[in-house]
Design a protein around this ligand. Structure first.
Ligand code: F0G
Length: 402
């Protein structure tokens, strides 16, 4: 390949990765295309892949009235490294952090905001551990609506709080946890106030079920297992609805087994399910490093429990140390930085594989619900090495200095 000097025009043919400079004058070089393709040789521009591709499976929406930031269409990622480390041949992550505001909430928010606006609402409200807030703030901005978010004081990551505020939301804090914030929102129902945008709003579930449609389309079938982090249980409910609907229209022939994943210190659903309780055993003081799922009274516990049971699924807890380790594993093997709450699913896959509940040859999807860039408050500054010269760098590269 040829590289032309941007200064003297000399053609260089060396390896630009090791010596990017012109051999004649030392300036920078640029790649020279030897034979340009014809326009007809270019690939057609891809059609945008968003959740609106499934509009016919969503509640009726006026043409042209959609409030969208191009949500959905997130990648289903595979990596040999991650699959090998976990010991499951067909291990995928559904990378929901690639949504416009960095979490799966955008799916539900797009649908719910569209319907709220067309119903005439001019403001929106939610309780949140951070992601719902950021998503609602963004979609409200797009819809031209006022946004009010209520969050547990001191327990939402800086990035998520800032994100909500920059989109223009009013951020309100409660002295309690998420459950206390949601209690306040519940009290607003029927008051004629802002549209309620938590996952107790059925339109949220409708948007989020499209995640299940995409997983099926991307695999050309339903997976054997789907692991999903659970806070309120809305997303698990939504995926189960989506898989069932896709099967009922004949798009897939099977259903996955669902695994509800919770953090050990905030696991009301997993404990209740595993104890065989028919009611929810709440956790008064939920605590976990994965603040997104720090919830003691999941609003959707009834349908989430039913979904686990109906899918012949499981409920699993993982501790904070396992969660942090799994985040590093996904980042180090797959190159994707996911939220702590999201990494819990990979920690659970490791656990279930070790226990023999999941077999090596089964197809497993971990839903990584949020982008890790929003969730690094707890991470300590990494160990770094100071260098003063290329000579010193050379010593490090050759292992003579650590
Ligand atoms: N993963 C992430 C990154 C989340 O932010 C949440 C919920 C969940 C998983 C759990 O989803 O509640 O449907 O079971 N976050 C909510 C919020 C509570 O306010 O952002 P769920």
């Amino acid at each position: 390949m040829n590289f032309r000097c941007i200064n003297c025009g000399a053609i260089n043919s060396g390896d630009p990765s090791s010596s990017p400079f012109c051999q004649s004058c030392g300036d920078l070089t640029e790649w020279v295309m030897e034979k340009a393709p014809t326009v007809s040789g270019l690939l057609p521009p891809p059609q945008e892949f968003t959740l609106w591709r499934y509009a016919s499976l969503l509640p009726g929406i006026d043409e042209g009235g959609i409030v969208s930031l191009s949500e959905g269409g997130t990648p289903l990622q595979y990596s040999d490294g991650l699959a090998g480390a976990v010991g499951i041949d067909e291990l995928f992550i559904k990378n929901e952090g690639r949504n416009p505001t960095g979490s799966f909430k955008d799916r539900g928010m797009s649908v719910a905001m569209t319907l709220a606006r067309s119903a005439g609402y001019t403001s929106s409200i939610c309780a949140s551990t951070g992601n719902t807030a950021a998503s609602m703030a963004a979609y409200s901005a797009k819809a031209g609506m006022k946004a009010f978010v209520i969050v547990p004081k001191g327990k939402v990551t800086r990035a998520k709080l800032k994100q909500s505020a920059i989109y223009g939301a009013m951020v309100l804090e409660v002295e309690g946890n998420f459950d206390a914030a949601l209690d306040i929102v519940r009290e607003m129902s029927g008051s004629g106030g802002p549209a309620i945008m938590n996952s107790i709003n059925p339109y949220r579930i409708e948007g989020q079920k499209t995640g299940a449609f995409e997983v099926c389309d991307q695999l050309s079938s339903a997976p054997d297992w789907l692991l999903i982090p659970v806070g309120n249980g809305g997303n698990l409910t939504a995926y189960w609805k989506g898989f069932n609907e896709f099967r009922s229209i004949g798009a897939v022939t099977s259903l996955p087994r669902l695994v509800a994943v919770q953090a050990e210190g905030a696991s009301p659903l997993a404990s209740s399910f595993n104890e065989g309780s028919s009611t929810l055993i709440p956790v008064d003081k939920p605590e976990t490093i994965a603040t997104a799922i720090r919830i003691g009274r999941p609003a959707n516990w009834k349908r989430a429990m039913k979904a686990i049971r109906d899918s012949n699924g499981l409920a699993v807890t993982v501790d904070d140390r396992e969660i942090v380790k799994a985040r590093e594993l996904v980042a180090g093997k797959e190159g994707s930085l996911v939220e702590l709450a999201s990494a819990s699913t990979v920690a659970a896959a490791i656990k279930l594989k070790k226990q023999g509940a999941i077999r090596k040859e089964e197809t497993v999807v971990c839903v990584t619900t949020g982008n890790g860039l929003k969730d690094i408050d707890e991470a300590e500054a990494p160990d770094t090495v100071i260098i003063r010269s290329a000579g010193e760098l050379q010593m490090i590269l050759t292992g003579k200095k650590k």
